[in-house]
Design a protein around this ligand. Structure first.
Ligand code: S3P
Length: 169
């Protein structure tokens, strides 16, 4: 049985883009937890946050995890906050191979600037607030991300990130 491969890391680190291509090349299934939740809830993440609240969204993240981790031959791209609550990272480590896509805050910010509207945690922030917020959030989350079995330096061209991921997973 091929253990699931779970990608973790901050918003904008490339989990979905890298994960989709990696899965395609291995002939595995690809699931993005945000898309999964949006399909189940039948509304976008920003509306789930606005109408049901972040705690409800975190419950939905927790609830989907055992089902996905029970599959074999699957690449799972997680939402940036998923590994950091409810013992999710422990669960991931138990049943999957995991990789942290590590990207510096400045690069994340450059990638995310044009997409803040879709991301409820970024939507309300001014340009001046974004970088300090991301830096401190990243510091708070690193202890969870760094529990992944592998760390891939992902501030690199896509093919290079895929190659690095392939070397460790
Ligand atoms: C979040 C990251 C988002 C999404 C939600 C909350 C976070 O996923 O789950 O907006 O807490 O960092 P991506 O990392 O795929 O953007």
């Amino acid at each position: 049985m091929n253990k699931p491969l779970v990608l973790v890391g901050f918003m904008g680190c490339g989990k979905s883009t890298v994960g989709r291509l990696f899965a395609e090349r291995r002939g595995w299934r690809f699931v993005d937890t945000d898309s999964w939740i949006e399909r189940r809830a039948d509304k976008p993440i920003r509306r789930i946050f606005a109408e049901d609240g972040e705690p409800r969204f975190r419950e939905m993240e927790r609830a989907l995890l055992p089902t996905l981790l029970a599959e074999s031959g699957i690449v799972i791209a997680t939402g940036g906050g998923l590994p950091c609550h409810s013992g999710n990272m422990a669960l991931i480590k138990q049943s999957a191979v995991s990789a942290f896509l590590s990207v510096p805050a400045e690069t994340l910010l450059r990638r995310l600037r044009s997409e803040t509207a879709q991301r409820p945690l970024l939507a309300e922030k001014t340009d001046a607030e974004l970088l300090p917020w991301m830096r401190s959030k990243l510091v708070a989350r690193l202890p969870f991300y760094q529990q992944a079995a592998a760390t891939v330096e992902a501030d690199a061209p896509l093919e290079e990130v895929l190659r690095r991921l392939g070397e460790c997973c």
